[in-house]
Write a protein that binds this ligand. Structure first.
Ligand code: NAP
Length: 256
């Protein structure tokens, strides 16, 4: 089933990085977009920039880990733009609270840091699905795109076990929801980016990023816009029969 000709897209973590690129790509293709971010200034700036380009956009502040805040943002998005037809669960964190700015190893990890990563990266996606999928079911159409990671599919020494576990869980979350929501005309897919040049990655030691570059067949980091193109494909009519899939955008880093 094809999506409505004027999609309404709700992107979390849309203030910068991959989320911003995915939100902008949809906005520039004619969608109305809710830019949702933890940081109200970032959300507003991104939405204002889109509005200046003639796009129907709204900037909303919400911590995705907080269901009440997500519900409020979802209601505000629907009030401003109409029923949401595309949800992009992108907000994510990858704390490097260990020695020398590296990720802590499991036994040394602060349990509060573990809980926060699971709350943001995994429960955040659940909260958004909980708030927005009933509207999609009522419409009989919808697209949900979850941003996982190559680090959820194989060992990556840059990230912590909390991050890897949350991103692996998002893959199971994706496949299960694809089964549950498919009968309502809703597709659910995941994207697993490799190393993408964003503020999150620029906060990591250069040597760590260089090590990934060297094992990546395309010998470079990806750009946020390259993830955004795949996200746009998954929300487009061209992907109407694609669901429950994980698409790597990783320059060939992991070929399984
Ligand atoms: P980023 O540059 O750090 O941007 C993430 C955005 O999400 C920030 O604007 C951040 O806002 C927001 N955010 C963080 N916690 C949030 C929360 N609780 N509620 C709402 N928004 C929140 O990260 P990125 O590199 O673009 O990554 C985006 C997604 O792709 C993440 O899920 C990440 O795990 C995934 N990913 C990235 C890479 C990569 O190489 N970059 C690879 C694989 C997967 P604040 O700054 O205000 O916190």
């Amino acid at each position: 089933m094809s999506l409505s000709s004027s999609p309404v897209v709700f992107v979390t973590g849309a203030g910068r990085g991959i989320g911003r690129a995915m939100a902008d790509a949809h906005a520039d293709a004619g969608a109305a977009v809710a830019y949702v971010d933890f940081d109200p200034a970032l959300a507003e700036e991104a939405a204002n920039a889109a509005a200046l380009r003639g796009v129907k956009a709204v900037g909303l502040a919400a911590d995705v880990a907080d269901y009440a805040a997500v519900e409020a943002a979802a209601s505000a998005a629907v009030a401003a733009l109409g029923p949401v037809t595309v949800l992009v669960n992108n907000a994510g964190i990858s704390p490097k609270g260990g020695a020398d700015g590296r990720r802590a190893e499991a036994p040394d990890m602060d349990p509060a840091e573990w809980r926060r990563v699971i709350d943001v990266n995994l429960t955040g996606a659940f909260n958004c699905v909980r708030a927005l999928s009933p509207g999609m079911k009522a419409l009989g159409q919808g697209r949900i795109i979850n941003i996982s990671s190559v680090a959820g599919r194989t060992y990556c020494d840059i990230v912590g076990v909390h991050y890897a576990a949350s991103k692996a869980a998002l893959i199971g979350f994706t496949k299960h929801l694809a089964g549950e929501l498919g009968p309502y005309g809703i597709t659910v897919n995941a994207i697993a980016p490799g190393r993408i040049d964003t503020p999150m990655v620029r906060g990591t030691a250069t040597a760590a990023n260089e090590a990934v570059r060297l094992v990546t067949p395309l010998r470079r980091l990806g750009q946020p816009e390259e993830v955004a193109e795949v996200c746009r494909f998954l929300s487009s009519d061209a992907a109407a029969f694609v669901t429950g899939q994980v698409i790597d955008v990783a320059g060939g880093w992991l070929m399984t």
